[in-house]
Design a protein around this ligand. Sequence first.
Ligand SMILES: NC(=O)C1=CN([C@@H]2O[C@H](COP(=O)(O)OP(=O)(O)OC[C@H]3O[C@@H](n4cnc5c(N)ncnc54)[C@H](O)[C@@H]3O)[C@@H](O)[C@H]2O)[C@@H](O)CC1
Ligand SMILES: Nc1ncnc2c1ncn2[C@@H]1O[C@H](COP(=O)(O)OP(=O)(O)OP(=O)(O)O)[C@@H](O)[C@H]1O
Length: 331
Amino acid sequence: MDQTAMYKLMKSLLPTLDRHLTKGMNGKVGIVGGSKDYTGAPYYAAVASLKSGSDITHIFCSEEAAIPIKCYSPEFIVHPCLYDMEQLDMWLNAVTSVVVGPGLGRDKETQQAVERVLQRVIDNEKMHFVGDADMLWFLSNAEQKERNVQMLWKIGKRAVITPNVVEFGRLAGAWMGEMGEYDIKKQQQIEEVFYSEREGHFGEVDSEHEVVRHVAMLSKSLGNVIVCKKGLVDLISDGTTSYFVAVEGASKRCGGQGDLMSGILGTFSKYAQNIHNPNNALLAVVAASIATRSCAKAAFLKKWIGLTTPDILEEIPGFLAGFYTDDMSKL
Ligand SMILES: NC(=O)C1=CN([C@@H]2O[C@H](COP(=O)(O)OP(=O)(O)OC[C@H]3O[C@@H](n4cnc5c(N)ncnc54)[C@H](O)[C@@H]3O)[C@@H](O)[C@H]2O)[C@@H](O)CC1
Ligand SMILES: Nc1ncnc2c1ncn2[C@@H]1O[C@H](COP(=O)(O)OP(=O)(O)OP(=O)(O)O)[C@@H](O)[C@H]1O
């Protein structure tokens, strides 16, 4: 593992902690998700956003999901306003980044909320957008995709989307036409070889390299939003510059690891401004991927077959505290 490179990256990203901070300065994250069927996914994303540094987390969900989510933890501010546009608009003022998708569901009526959030991110140039899970459905489904992607174009690199293999296939089918002939099996073989040659490492990769070419193409098709394709190796591109993360993760694929990563990204997308590098937004995604995979590995080594996402959430503070060792005396 590139310990020194990882240390440098995380150190440059994470905010300094001192007595002059006030509540909210390290981020206020909004999770847009939580529906009749899914209450775990927004919970995982919300906990991850808090444990990775944000000061406050709001959850915008459906009525049915609100009580269960409130009962999981007193730490979130839960608004059952997914279908109440006035309330949603009002509460969106309270956040610095939004994570849209975990447990959102795919009901047609949800499109209204998706649009409202996208419009808010377009209007507020300081706001960051993370799209995962069901949000990616709204970017690839024939009925809604045109409208939503038009809006995404206006957000550009302030937006990150994090498709898994299946979600990437859907997006490629919807947006890359013939250019994007995308064979999941063949691509996975390419990734296996790439991973075995770079296991434990992360870094830049040529956007024309066969392992990342499709990811860069999808980013271009969506207005240069940052695309992070998750898998054995995470591939991250803004269409021009690309990175890989082949840091070891967990060999148990329990559900919720993607939700957890999207929550970390909700927090880290704001911290990107701390990195003095023109590719700072991409590097914040690289850092979120490294953090997710490292915590997953640490939890896996303790729990093996019994690994669940809460075990990974527990590892986040300890992992990040390691990068504050020089600063602890100042607290
Ligand atoms: N506890 C919870 O509430 C959880 C809720 N979740 C939510 O469930 C909803 C649907 O998400 P899904 O991911 O199931 O939907 P998808 O339609 O994207 O995935 C469908 C199926 O694809 C398969 N698949 C996923 N990743 C794969 C891979 N890398 N290789 C091969 N096959 C793969 C899985 O069998 C999966 O069930 C989302 O809202 C999501 O946020 C999940 O995040 C899991 C945890
Ligand atoms: N085969 C793998 N080996 C190691 N880590 C992996 C592997 N596949 C995915 N990951 C890591 O797990 C995290 C979540 O990716 P995953 O593909 O499980 O997301 P997801 O399917 O969207 O999750 P969710 O269950 O929350 O919907 C990412 O950080 C990714 O790097």
